[in-house]
Design a binder for this molecule. Structure first.
Ligand code: TXA
Ligand code: MG
Length: 348
């Protein structure tokens, strides 16, 4: 049985949080909201709790977890050292949607890091996550609270859809704010490298650390191996996604003609659409799921995974979507997640 505790996201009830914290301390699995997506927490130093977490998510053991702590100081025992770059980035962006990969200490179980010599650390800013970490007083390993390869959950209902009966507790703090997973930056090598784009973009990071680089798409295998969660299998709905790239005009024109052909062949098509595109799609005989205004990328990010799940539930044969073109700190992360969801169909 999975219990659901509803809490006020801004001022969570101390007694309810204490119950969730006690469950974590005792080796239980607790889903909770962070500012990015819902996480599925387990005591990071309790091997059997961590193994149960992998089993509940059906997550492969070679995909390492992010360890969540309340403060930078609480991370110290988990890492070999806190380098100056980590201190600088933490001072600017923690608590917040940034994950730092550092050389790990012997205290972190190999199950958490998938045997890597590094550990990913994050201090979340969501009041529920903070209260939980402060009360639990343990490091909490927490991947996104979805079944492996499903879109990350941004509401408690998504967690229930994927994990009901598989975990002990869900702390329901409403919809998450950012809607996409944290930016992951590897600080374990000489050059600080973004492994996963998120709300804190390259420009913001470079304001603090000018040397940060993006891992280029198609970069060498070792980088891909260093962050196995970045395989294209992630963030995918079950329905195949076809993604249209390029300017608004060219992408929309190709989407329209493709939709027309597919509908003509009797396919059931759903278009994941920006608000600005909706009226032009109405005559095509497709179903439309709105993801928000292209001119408001923060709203698109917040709604993206919810909208992908909604598309999936329509049981269509294909999801068509145009990639976002707006210039905004979140655009890179949105483009990345849309490319990943579309890549599933090329995955054997
Ligand atoms: O926003 C988030 O980061 C959410 C919330 C719950 O905090 N968590 C999350 O966890 O997205 P997960 O497990 O879905 O994604 C973790 C990512 C994966 O891409 C994983 O490969 C990478 O972090 N990662 C974890 N440990 C790593 C390590 N030691 N080296 C490189 N990448 C690592
Ligand atoms: Mg995930």
């Amino acid at each position: 049985m999975t219990d659901v505790l509803k809490v006020d996201p801004a001022h969570p009830d101390t007694e309810l949080i204490a119950r969730a914290a006690e469950c974590l301390r005792a080796g239980g699995l607790v889903a909770f909201p962070t500012e990015t997506v819902y996480g599925l927490g387990a005591h990071a130093l309790d091997r059997s709790a961590v193994l149960r977490l992998f089993a509940a998510k059906e997550r492969p053991a070679n995909d390492p977890l992010i360890v969540h702590v309340a403060t930078l100081e609480a991370a110290a025992p988990l890492v070999e050292e806190i380098p100056p770059t980590a201190r600088a980035l933490a001072a600017r962006f923690w608590p917040g949607p940034l994950t730092l990969v550092l050389k790990r200490s012997a205290r972190v179980p190999g199950e958490v890091t998938a045997g890597l010599a590094t550990v990913a650390i994050r201090v979340p800013s969501h009041p529920v996550a903070r209260a939980l970490l402060e009360q639990a007083r343990i490091p909490v390993a927490a991947p996104s609270a979805n079944l492996f390869s499903r879109p990350s959950p941004t509401r408690a209902a998504h967690v229930i859809a994927d994990l009901d009966g598989r975990i002990d507790l869900i702390v329901d703090g409403g919809a998450t704010d950012v809607g996409l997973e944290s930016t992951v930056v590897d600080l374990s090598e000489d050059v600080p490298t973004i492994l996963r784009p998120g709300a804190i973009d390259l420009d913001a990071l470079r304001h603090v650390e000018p040397g940060v680089v993006s891992r280029r798409a198609g970069a060498s295998q070792p980088a891909a191996f260093a962050s196995p969660g970045m395989l294209p299998k992630h963030y995918s709905p079950r329905t195949p996604v076809v993604l249209y790239e390029g300017t608004r005009e060219t992408a929309l024109a190709r989407l329209h003609s493709d939709a027309q052909q597919r509908v003509g062949r009797g396919e059931s098509v759903v278009v994941l659409s920006y608000t600005e595109d909706v009226s032009g799609l109405r005559h095509l005989g497709v179903r439309i799921v709105e993801v928000g205004a292209e001119g408001n990328p923060a709203a698109v990010a917040a709604r993206l995974y919810d909208a992908l799940r909604e598309c999936d539930e329509l049981g269509a044969s294909t999801i068509l979507v145009r990639n976002i073109t707006a210039s905004h700190p979140l655009s890179g992360a949105i483009q990345d997640r849309l490319r990943r969801s579309a890549a599933l169909i090329q995955d054997p």
